[in-house]
Design a protein around this ligand. Structure first.
Ligand code: URA
Ligand code: SF4
Length: 191
């Protein structure tokens, strides 16, 4: 079993926070173990909880559109979340839940070693880029010293779910997505 598969099994059996009591399935994440890009959302919603797969509901359909818009498929990237189990009624994950789940995300990042981490929405952004505002930094690559690696490059995007309620965010998400290949080509010049 590969190391990522071991994390999957650990997550599926995890009881480190209270979300294990209300989940149907844990959602460890999926995609290529060699992905250049990792997309990190907030946490599973209803559909994800039912299927054990990230971003399969309406927001996920739009994430597929975003990926396709730059010639990528799910299998080319790795998609996961800050918390791996669904918060009841889609409430925000609590800080004790985020802290309990954090080691899984760190291990996934260490194994995949993505060139770029794309945060989807404020929750994932706040964890990696504390003190930033999404309205100010979305669509920009930032190099930030994470706790496990000196030179990780991040790219904050709005959460695809916001596009479902507001068409102008749809355009912003599509525009930001268009920048990703160029960011990857010019990683060394990101500050
Ligand atoms: N929203 C998220 O943040 N993650 C998912 O997996 C689905 C919806
Ligand atoms: Fe474990 Fe994370 Fe699920 Fe909590 S959310 S039970 S820490 S896998």
């Amino acid at each position: 079993m590969g190391e990522l598969e071991k994390i999957r099994v650990q997550v599926e059996n995890c009881q480190k926070c209270g979300l294990c009591k209300t989940r149907t399935h844990a959602v460890p994440g999926e995609g290529s173990p060699n992905a250049d890009i990792m997309f990190i959302g907030e946490g599973p919603g209803k559909n994800e909880d039912l299927h054990g797969t990230p971003f399969v509901g309406a927001a996920g359909k739009f994430l597929d559109v975003l990926l396709e818009s730059i010639g990528l498929k799910r299998a080319d990237v790795f998609i996961t979340n800050v918390v791996k189990c669904r918060p009841p009624a889609n409430r925000d994950p609590e800080s004790n839940e985020k802290i309990a789940c954090w080691p899984y995300l760190v291990e996934q990042i260490k194994l995949i070693k993505p060139k770029l981490i794309v945060t989807l929405g404020r929750h994932a952004m706040n964890i990696f880029l504390p003190g930033t505002k999404i309205s100010e930094i979305h669509g920009q690559a930032k190099r930030y010293k994470g706790i496990w690696q000196e030179k990780q490059v991040y790219f904050a995007m709005y959460h695809p779910a916001v596009a479902l309620y507001n068409g102008s965010y749809r355009e912003i998400l599509l525009e930001d997505m268009q920048k990703i290949h160029k960011v990857l080509e010019k990683l060394d010049s990101v500050e």
